[in-house]
Design a protein around this ligand. Structure first.
Ligand SMILES: Cc1cc2nc3c(=O)[nH]c(=O)nc-3n(C[C@H](O)[C@H](O)[C@H](O)COP(=O)(O)OP(=O)(O)OC[C@H]3O[C@@H](n4cnc5c(N)ncnc54)[C@H](O)[C@@H]3O)c2cc1C
Length: 416
């Protein structure tokens, strides 16, 4: 059986950053991804754009997602693969492959994690289903960057799905793109479209419960990005529920497109150029960690002594029960930090979690879940694991001051 210092499971932005961060500190790292490319939700679910994670202090913009995220951002800009915050996912896939190869990270695509072998508080190996059959890999340490806290869940560490009160998660959304749109005429007619959409919703004519049509420009002139389907009250980690969600969402795509063709201008020559290969999951399982980050911590802009990342994206909750989206915006100049303890599953000795499934309540997750922030969480997880590898210590006992020093030396902003 092959053995690594660190295995990262999940190749979203958090997993990629974790793998690169651990490898640059000298660890032998394997990253495992069930798909054929890195980027996670950005590529599997066509999630776009990068939401902003910055503020202004005395007229000066402070970016909270620095480090590896800033490198990705700069490279995409350099390659003219970005339009303000929107990016071309094909360029992102290529860039992330090259970054991981350059960092000497071993890569395994088309590998689905389905079992974990644990001895007491330690994970010994993980098992994946691949084209060559079932393969086991051993490592001293693991990072769960699956979004669904799959490793933690399969290891028997406690997790919580969705909201505390009823386990409902934020809605799932199948993103889609329309090509060959006369974008100028489309947006000129958007107020009329929104009015008609609202009336149709009130008359009960639409299966999509979302309150309006959410559309974004892309780096391509005549292509629009829609993040507007909404599937509620289904569990993204339940095999039957997620299948049902894909079917409902695809109906919604066609419903919305037909509706828009009737009520908007600029779509006469348009076509449905893409739907995501996977429905987008905003929230599913979160670990219960050494510290549970709460909405009060966020709203009080707490600066934790063990901070490893900073965020001030709004608490952006798409109603888990149907229509409506709520926002809590942070005052200008303010932000909260994310403590290292929220990456440690309770009672885990050699596992860290990165990305949207760290330990928090439903509301806090609604803020830090954005791509720029999960990337910084991943970078912190990879750097932290490298300290555990070097000192042969359990994840709870790493020197947090040393972690923070390394993160800052590598360009991260951690709010301290
Ligand atoms: C519809 C929608 C709209 C959003 N809008 C925005 C937005 O506009 N801007 C923004 O910044 N953020 C947005 N977000 C949030 C953001 O996209 C995600 O929270 C973020 O990408 C999560 O990153 P991650 O690395 O934690 O997980 P993911 O990106 O989900 O990556 C997890 C990876 O793990 C892999 N994986 C999972 N299970 C296994 C397994 N068993 N075996 C092997 N591999 C596995 C997956 O294939 C995936 O590649 C949106 C999310 C959704 C769903």
């Amino acid at each position: 059986m092959e053995k690594y210092d660190v295995i990262v499971i999940g190749g979203g932005l958090s997993g990629v950053a974790a793998a690169i961060a651990a490898a640059r500190e000298g660890c032998r790292v394997l990253i495992i991804e069930k798909g054929n490319a890195f980027g996670g939700a950005a590529v599997n679910s066509l999630v776009n754009p990068f939401m902003p994670n910055s503020t202004k202090v005395n007229g000066k913009i402070i970016e909270f997602s620095q480090g590896i995220f800033a490198f990705i951002w700069d490279k995409l800009k350099e390659r003219q693969a970005m339009n303000e915050l929107s990016f071309l996912e094909e360029e992102l896939k290529f860039l992330l492959n090259e970054m991981l190869c350059k960092a000497n990270v071993d890569i395994l695509f088309h590998a689905y994690l389905f079992a974990v072998d644990k001895d007491g508080r330690k994970i010994k190996s993980i098992t994946v289903a691949t084209k060559s059959g079932v393969i086991c890999f051993e490592a001293d340490y693991f990072i769960d960057a699956t979004g669904d806290a799959m490793v933690a869940y399969l290891s028997g560490y406690p997790t919580l799905t969705g909201r505390e009160k009823d386990n409902l998660c934020q809605p799932m959304t199948l993103c889609f793109r329309l090509g060959n749109v006369d974008v100028h005429r489309f947006f000129a007619s958007k107020p009329r479209l929104d009015m008609e959409y609202k009336k149709a919703l009130e008359r009960g004519e639409l299966i999509n419960p979302r309150e309006n049509i959410l559309v974004f420009l892309t780096p391509i002139d005549n292509v629009l990005h829609f993040n507007t389907t909404r599937v509620v009250k289904l569990d993204p980690t339940n095999a039957k529920d997620i299948t049902k969600a894909e079917i409902i969402a695809r109906r919604q795509v066609f419903e919305i497109y037909e509706f828009m063709k009737k009520h908007a201008d600029g779509l006469e020559n348009s076509f449905l150029s893409a739907t995501a290969s996977e429905i987008g999951v905003r929230e599913s399982r979160k670990i219960i960690g050494e510290y549970v980050l709460t909405q009060d911590d966020c709203k009080n802009c707490v600066k934790f002594a063990d901070a490893i990342a900073a965020c001030n994206y709004d608490i952006d909750i798409h109603n888990p029960e149907g229509s409506g989206t709520s926002h809590y915006y942070f005052p200008e100049g303010e932000f909260y930090t994310i403590p290292y303890r929220s990456l440690i599953p309770k009672d885990a000795d050699n596992l860290l979690v990165a990305g949207r499934c760290i330990s928090s309540d439903h509301e806090a997750q609604a803020s830090y879940r954005i791509m720029p922030t999960v990337c910084t969480i991943g970078e912190a997880a990879g750097t932290a694991i490298s300290l555990a590898v070097k000192n042969k210590t359990i994840v709870k006992n790493i020197n947090v001051k040393e972690l923070q020093k390394r993160l800052k030396e590598n360009g991260a902003f951690i709010g301290l």
